[in-house]
Ligand binder design. Structure first.
Ligand code: FES
Length: 355
């Protein structure tokens, strides 16, 4: 990572939007700079945690960076989410000259911390293309001789993010080959003769990247896509030490299956107490700890809401919660009672501390 003085520090200065444009009808790219033109220091594949105020309430989200480490511009590409709050707000409201506050860059899915061989497969679907695009741009701009197969899955031809740039990279670099797998053909007459249609499976992967089993795989995309690729890799006895994936998309809160409050009987209600805030809430057993704290206005930061950034870390001092695996916590922290509020459900009466 960079160490010079003109490096951007997220906690000191906000991002300033220089330019934005539509990539597809529901996806927009935003190009930010720092006001003193500092360089952006991160590892290719990481995400930035942003905070925005919407209707008087601070909201936090994590977005993968698609630009190159060390550059003076930082690119985020954001897709609309049905019923989503922050992504839709950013696309509808952010204008050149506006500032965006951030609370740090993080993520272990990156080129510095993941091991890889001489041949790699960057495999993505939908907006999962953003971190692997940063990886491809980083390798190619450094004239790396790493051999890159870039396979991207999209709904149709019109929904391929960075389409022209990817095709231009394919033409320019001998060590970069791109392939697209589309769910639907828009128009049979316009379809390229070689274009494969359908969803990812072993047969299609074998056709689109014949030597995928000899490559290091970097994978990012929606949950169903990630699960399909994981299943193919496991059935093929793929060496999973060469398999890296961005887990904040796969590790969704829906896995927690929190019951709705309407379905709660009296004996299912449990209490969450936060002595330092003089706070006590009665919540449905199985609610996420984050919901239990946010409903009382407790100022807990939750940037990714999916168990990866670590910003919602808090300590359970009495009682017990059920938690999904959390790589961002050390074993010592877990033993001391630290949990991620976004990835933990309240199963009985508990007492919690934020520090
Ligand atoms: S909000 Fe990121 S880990 Fe919980």
């Amino acid at each position: 990572m960079l160490v010079s003085d003109d490096v951007w520090h997220s906690e000191h200065s906000p991002l300033v939007l220089k330019k934005c444009w539509l990539e597809t009808e529901d996806t927009a790219s935003f190009l930010f700079a720092e006001q003193n033109r500092a360089q952006f220091d991160f590892k290719a594949g990481q995400f930035v945690n942003v905070s925005v105020e919407i209707n008087g309430k601070k909201e936090y989200r994590a977005y993968s960076i698609s630009s190159i480490p060390g550059d003076k511009y930082l690119q985020l590409t954001i897709k609309r989410v049905v019923g989503g709050k922050v992504s839709n707000w950013l696309i509808d409201n952010l204008q050149p000259g506006d500032q965006l506050n951030t609370i740090g860059i993080a993520g272990q899915f990156n080129l510095n911390d993941c091991q890889y061989g001489q041949r790699i497969l960057l495999l993505s679907a939908g907006c999962g293309i953003t971190p692997v695009m940063s990886m491809a741009r980083t390798f190619l701009s450094a004239s790396s001789d790493i051999d890159i197969d870039f396979l991207h899955c999209a709904r149709d031809h019109n929904n391929i993010i960075y389409h022209n740039e990817i095709k231009a990279l394919d033409e320019k670099y001998k060590n970069f080959r791109c392939q697209f797998l589309l769910e639907n053909a828009l128009d049979e007459n316009e379809k390229e003769p070689e274009q494969l249609i359908g969803r990812i499976n072993k047969e299609k992967l074998d056709l689109l990247c014949t030597d995928w089993q000899q490559r290091t795989i970097f994978l990012c995309g929606p949950t169903a896509f990630m699960e399909a690729v994981n299943a193919v890799a496991q059935q093929a006895n793929f060496n999973m030490s060469h398999f890296h994936q961005e887990s904040f998309i796969a590790n969704t809160l829906t896995e927690l299956q929190a019951p709705s409050v309407e379905g709660t009987t009296e004996k299912d209600v449990v209490s969450v107490v936060l002595p330092s805030f003089n706070y006590k809430a009665e919540v449905a057993q199985g609610s996420t700890l984050l919901d239990a704290l946010e409903q009382g206005g407790i100022p807990i930061i939750a940037a990714c809401r999916q168990g990866i950034c670590g910003s919602c870390k808090c300590k359970v001092t009495q009682g017990k919660v059920d938690s999904l695996p959390a790589d961002v916590l050390t074993e010592a922290e877990r033993n001391q009672g630290w949990v991620l509020a976004c990835s933990s459900t309240v199963e009985g009466d508990i007492e919690v501390s934020l520090s």
